[in-house]
Design a protein around this ligand. Structure first.
Ligand SMILES: *[C@@H]1O[C@H](CO)[C@@H](O)[C@H](O)[C@H]1NC(C)=O
Ligand SMILES: *[C@@H]1O[C@H](CO)[C@@H](O)[C@H](O)[C@H]1NC(C)=O
Ligand SMILES: *[C@@H]1O[C@H](CO)[C@@H](O)[C@H](O)[C@H]1NC(C)=O
Ligand SMILES: *[C@@H]1O[C@H](CO)[C@@H](O)[C@H](O)[C@H]1NC(C)=O
Ligand SMILES: *[C@@H]1O[C@H](CO)[C@@H](O)[C@H](O)[C@H]1NC(C)=O
Length: 306
């Protein structure tokens, strides 16, 4: 199972980044420009390179061209946030990287080249933290999104010390939010680990293994809630919410035909004829439902859902 995991997981991560041509923004409503800075793994990756073309109205993801290098077959939730649910120009700085764990010293990613959440935060510190001319974000105009943990849980749930590992991972997660707060970020949305036990890949496992995985996901998500309460009490002015991603996932999994799929377990790289893009990654419909849940949780002035 481990081999299967590491080989199927993030084959998209290494894909070359294609730069889109620079396009002058025609948008003069500068005051309505907002920023969405996100961190995560393949469930969120769009292949953005911060050294490439900056986000603009023409492509709010900056580079590569929409929908980006996603693992969904089309847009993923980050793309939906900034093209579908945004209520004004919302520029995306998406540092998510396929295969990412929170900290490679705690849970080893499938390849040493993978940029962990820790690496992504370092990238933020070296680029966006100073609020450069090309991204003059402020506390009021900026939302931070984090969806990580799928690989932390997926690469550790079977270990005898899985509880200790997950505990250390979530502790590290909140240490990594601190530089974002210290740079001035106040609005946060954190996405829980979804029910990956229902992915075609994990459904191949035996009952013991499935039970371990469900337990690890529950532990991770419980800890996320508890640590967020601490983070809020340590840092004044934080607006933060957790989106329970099991709701959008189960919405589709419990009613696949409503979302264009014959059943809840098939996968297809077109991203739309099955709920899953491959055996471990949700397709476009689930990603859109996740985005909608995020839009609902965060609400105005950022997002509208109708
Ligand atoms: C981003 O682009 C720069 C400049 O083109 C390049 O040196 C760097 O390797 C790229 N980073 C990634 C992660 O692809
Ligand atoms: C949402 O973002 C897209 C892409 O930048 C833009 O075309 C659209 O006008 C924005 N929506 C609103 C309501 O401003
Ligand atoms: C879990 O066990 C492994 C060895 O099996 C060890 O290397 C690692 O440090 C342990 N992690 C934690 C957080 O206890
Ligand atoms: C279940 O699967 C795991 C992982 O492949 C394996 O180590 C374990 O022995 C299996 N347990 C049973 C009861 O088959
Ligand atoms: C789900 O649908 C796919 C595609 O039509 C099919 O190949 C597969 O057998 C179906 N699975 C089940 C459990 O019915």
């Amino acid at each position: 199972m481990l081999l299967l995991l590491t080989t199927t997981l993030f084959s998209l991560a290494g894909a070359a980044v294609i730069q889109s041509p620079t396009v002058k923004s025609e948008d003069c409503s500068i005051s309505a420009t907002r920023y969405f800075i996100s961190f995560g793994d393949s469930y969120s990756q769009t292949g953005f390179n911060i050294s490439g073309t900056h986000p603009s109205a023409a492509n709010p993801l900056g580079n590569p061209d929409l929908p980006g290098w996603t693992a969904s077959g089309g847009l993923d939730w980050v793309g939906f946030m900034v093209t579908e649910y945004n209520t004004s120009l919302l520029l995306s700085y998406n540092l998510a990287y396929g295969g990412a764990t929170t900290d490679a010293d705690l849970v080893t990613p499938y390849a040493p080249t993978v940029l962990s959440f820790e690496d992504q935060v370092n990238e933020f510190t070296a680029s966006l933290a100073s609020k450069p001319d090309w991204a003059p974000w402020t506390a009021e105009t900026t939302l931070i999104g984090v969806w990580i943990g799928v690989n932390d849980v997926g690469n550790s749930f079977y270990l005898s010390n899985a509880t200790e590992v997950i505990d250390a991972v979530v502790t590290r997660y909140f240490e990594l939010l601190q530089p974002l707060y210290d740079a001035g970020a106040r609005e946060f949305v954190l996405l829980s680990v979804p029910p990956t036990d229902k992915s075609p890949l994990m459904l191949e496992n035996n009952d013991t293994s499935e039970t371990q995985l469900r337990g690890a996901i529950k532990l991770y998500n419980d800890l996320l809630g508890r640590h967020l309460d601490n983070f809020k009490s340590r840092n004044s002015g934080v607006e933060a919410r957790i989106v329970d991603t099991s709701v959008p996932f189960n919405q589709a999994i419990d009613n696949p035909t409503k979302y264009g799929a014959p059943n809840s377990t098939c996968y297809n790289a077109d991203g739309t004829s099955c709920l899953w893009f491959n055996d471990y990654h949700p397709g476009v419909a689930i990603q859109n439902l996740v985005a909608k849940a995020v839009a609902q949780a965060v609400g105005a002035p950022w997002f509208a859902t109708t």
